[in-house]
Design a protein. Sequence first.
Length: 70
Amino acid sequence: MMTILKLTAILILGLVLVFLLKKLTQCLINLVVLYKKENSLDISKQRDGIVYNTTTKKLEADQSIILPFE
């Protein structure tokens, strides 16, 4: 009985570890993309939406960069 519980615990911890490593890898790739972003405007790498600016209370263009993992 104890071996089954130990194996189940190891399996669950392994799955959690794989999930956390996947999330860490995605975050690191997003940070690399943000760090290497170009200063010039590249329309193909930007969103073409409209957002509401809460501080100015106006609609503005969404010029944010598209990240690989969102």
